[in-house]
Design a protein. Structure first.
Length: 226
């Protein structure tokens, strides 16, 4: 049991440590920026919880309506505001602060939303593939949040400077924000099995991440956007 728990913890959280140690974050002492992102994450999630509790009450994905899912989408969109606030508070170069804020936000999300479910599931007597799927999903969320952070910076910067590309960036931002809603739709309304759902989630995350990565490096290289 302990061995299985350790393996699950490594599968879920080792990528965060590897990312911090293998990039410029460790060299540039960007841990403080990750902490700032953590505080912004907590504040944003509290605001979202209040919104959902106030307007949706006892929300259940299985019996949700299109209107409820739409409201949930707009509630989750507050992540963009929180991430942008964190980016403004970190005074570093574009690539470093985007990486630090994304890592801090994603790590906070993984700890606060996934740590206890993974711990309880991995401590079970019998081995369950659902625990492995949960750990893999943590990495998918990591990739999605890093992509969301880069998209947030690009979109807000393009709007401020008038550098163009706002419609495309806005479309990508909406598509990325809608990903959790689509996954919930497949899982709870279409009753799709966990493996196909996870496969769809991975494909969406990788496709958007590759597109955004190319756009980010192209825009971050411009002196006026740094």
């Amino acid at each position: 049991t302990v061995h299985h728990l350790l393996n699950c913890a490594l599968l879920a959280y080792a990528p965060y440590v590897i990312t911090y140690k293998s990039t410029s974050l460790d060299e540039n002492k960007m841990f403080g920026a990750c902490v700032i992102a953590t505080f912004c994450y907590v504040a944003t999630q509290l605001a979202k919880m209040i919104l959902v509790a106030t307007f949706l009450g006892n929300f259940d994905h299985e019996g949700s309506t299109l209107t409820q899912e739409a409201f949930l989408f707009f509630a989750h969109s507050s992540d963009v505001i929180g991430i942008q606030f964190a980016l403004q508070k970190v005074k570093k170069d574009t690539k470093s602060k985007t990486l630090a804020v994304g890592l801090g936000w994603a790590c906070s999300d993984a700890i606060f939303t996934c740590a206890l479910p993974i711990a309880f599931a991995a401590n079970g007597i019998e081995f369950k593939w659902a625990t492995i799927y949960m750990c893999v999903d943590v990495n998918v969320r990591f990739l999605r949040i890093m992509t969301l952070t880069a998209l947030t910076w690009m979109t807000t910067t393009a709007m401020k400077t008038g550098s163009g590309g706002v419609p495309l960036l806005s479309f990508l931002l909406v598509a990325l924000m809608a990903q959790p809603n689509l996954i919930n739709l497949l899982r709870f309304h279409f009753r799709m099995a966990e493996v196909p759902v996870l496969a769809v989630s991975i494909c969406m995350a990788i496709s958007l991440a590759m597109w955004v990565r190319w756009l980010f490096h192209a825009r971050a290289a411009r002196p006026k956007l740094s």
